[in-house]
Design a protein around this ligand. Structure first.
Ligand code: SAM
Length: 260
């Protein structure tokens, strides 16, 4: 029940309210862990969330963000935006999320070059061909219409622009968030698929490594929020951890390009 879109939306708004004054918990993703992985130094306030930073770094590692106009969908608490603005120095970084409260909370902690805006991933506040890089970390699975996101990406990206996505997908073909369903949308969409990678192992390793910290945070939440938090916050107690481990889910990376 907690994993239905209506509860997820409500959960993120409540989270925004609860964490209003909290500087921590800036990353709301599985994270990425790989032996010997290196990345530029994160800002000090993200030190505890290294694995989330590694996921953002891995996402953009093969793409130039420096001096580019970058847009993020589903930015959550804004940790990824803070990390990437600090490490890659884009010309501008528009970090968007459907949750107004998360965005209002993020605006309380301004970051050079980053602008936070409340917007659905499928209706971005951008003119056509308005950005060079569009990215999203675990921002596709909440979308009921993932095809609409691909259409929006094709609208807002400049020719040659890049869409970078990392998220988990279910292998059961009847799931509304299935691997096969997303592949079909990619084939039908206007963007070219440049690369696809399976990061399931790295996501599982990150969840295992970071779980004690996350479980301690959840234990500190008000009691009614603990069950939904345990259900879809990434920990070793979550269904997602089990599903990634037993093949019912896969964690995938996609890099697409607007040709032209
Ligand atoms: C799992 S969190 C990921 C947050 C962030 N990318 C990170 O890695 O920390 C998913 C985010 O997607 C946002 N979201 C849900 N539905 C959305 C939609 N239709 N458009 C834009 N964002 C949405 C939620 O509010 C939430 O902040």
């Amino acid at each position: 029940m907690w994993r239905r879109p209506v509860f997820k939306r409500g959960f993120y708004e409540v989270l925004g309210l609860l964490l209003w004054r909290q500087p921590g918990l800036q990353m709301l993703n599985c994270g990425y862990s790989e032996p010997g992985f290196t990345m530029p130094e994160a800002p000090a306030d993200l030190a505890a969330e290294r694995l989330g930073c590694q996921l953002y770094h891995r996402l953009v590692r093969d793409v130039v963000l420096h001096d580019r106009e970058v847009v993020e969908i589903g930015c959550g608490r804004g940790g990824g935006a803070r990390f990437l603005a600090h490490t890659t120095q884009p010309r501008s970084y528009l970090a968007t999320d459907a949750s107004r409260l998360l965005i209002l909370g993020n605006r309380r902690r301004p970051v050079p070059r980053v602008r936070f805006a409340a917007a659905a991933a499928t209706a971005l506040p951008l003119l056509a061909a308005g950005c060079d890089v569009l990215l999203g970390v675990e921002a596709i699975h909440p979308l009921p219409d993932k095809g609409a996101l691909l259409t929006e990406a094709a609208r807002v990206l400049r020719p040659g622009g890049v869409l970078l996505l990392a998220d988990f997908f279910y292998t059961r073909e009847t799931s509304p968030h299935s691997v096969a369903g997303f592949h079909a949308l990619l084939r039908a969409g206007a963007l070219s698929l440049v690369a696809e990678e399976d990061w399931t192992q790295q996501a599982v390793a990150a969840l295992a490594e970071d779980s004690p910290r996350r479980l301690a945070t959840i234990a500190g939440l008000p009691r009614p929020l603990r069950r939904p938090a345990l259900s879809f916050a990434g920990t070793t107690e979550s269904p997602l951890y089990r599903q990634l481990g037993n093949g019912q889910a896969r964690y995938l990376f996609f890099r697409l390009q607007k040709v032209g």
